[in-house]
Write a protein that binds this ligand. Structure first.
Ligand code: CDP
Length: 221
């Protein structure tokens, strides 16, 4: 792995646990870069659909990912220089991401791209396997979670806030389905790294969660 001396904070956890928001605020507070690894899987699902590739076809999905020109600029995601930040945030692409993410050849195809985000002065990486597979030497590993009901409510509000269609019951069912797929897959399943701190956020504000991560990072150094 390159740049081993550059600190990484790995924040993993299930869908809608608040990882993205917490990770971005921690990155801002420290002046670190931010990797939204879930966005990569969402872009792959989006590109596969555009190219009529079945999300279940492991080899074709990995081949498609190898050809992608993905860029992150000012919190926006570009595919072949087109801003697709909004298109990848739909529940359909969340579902697609979790379906393509089961494929080992695809996960392997995205490893270098993720390692390249490790740049000075540091990186906050958010996903499912940041602490277990992609950055096993991360300086701090956090597993952020909340009950399914809390997460469904957060996702519901988040979608409404963006003016996107949202149905609470469907979101709850999708979350359960996605949790099962993320935990049950053979390749890089969602699990708590042995050396991770567990942060249950049902009764924590975002500020509390961010401060807890920052406190743990400072005291690790
Ligand atoms: O926002 P949400 O947590 O629902 O999803 P996301 O973080 O954007 O990730 C979408 C999907 O990509 C997840 O359901 C996972 O199946 C997959 N994923 C993964 O397998 N590994 C990662 N490091 C990040 C996401």
């Amino acid at each position: 792995m390159n740049n081993r001396n550059i600190p990484v904070i790995a924040i993993d956890g299930p869908s809608a646990s608040g990882k993205g928001t917490v990770a971005q605020l921690v990155a801002e507070a420290l002046g670190f870069g931010y990797l939204d690894s879930g966005a990569l899987y969402r872009v792959v699902a989006f590109a596969a659909k555009q190219n009529n590739i079945d999300w279940g076809d492991a080899e074709a999905v990995a081949a498609c990912a190898n050809k992608l020109n993905i860029q992150f600029k000012n919190s926006q995601v570009y595919l072949n220089n087109t801003d697709i930040s909004e298109e990848i945030r739909t529940e359909e692409m969340g579902k697609g991401a979790s379906q393509v993410a089961v494929h080992a050849p695809l996960r392997a195809a995205l490893v270098n791209l993720q390692h390249n985000f490790r740049q000075a002065p540091g990186l906050v990486a958010d996903g499912r396997d940041m602490g277990t597979v992609i950055f096993p030497d991360a300086e701090l590993k956090v597993f952020l979670t909340a009950s399914t009901d809390t997460r469904a409510e957060r996702r519901y509000k988040q979608l409404l806030g963006k003016g996107l269609p949202a149905n609470y019951e469907n979101i709850l069912l999708d979350l359960r389905e996605r949790d099962a797929r993320d935990k049950g897959r053979a390749s890089a399943p969602l699990l708590i790294a042995k050396d991770a701190i567990l942060l249950e956020t049902d009764n924590l504000t975002i500020t509390d969660a961010v401060n807890t991560v920052l406190f743990n990072f400072k005291h690790k150094k």
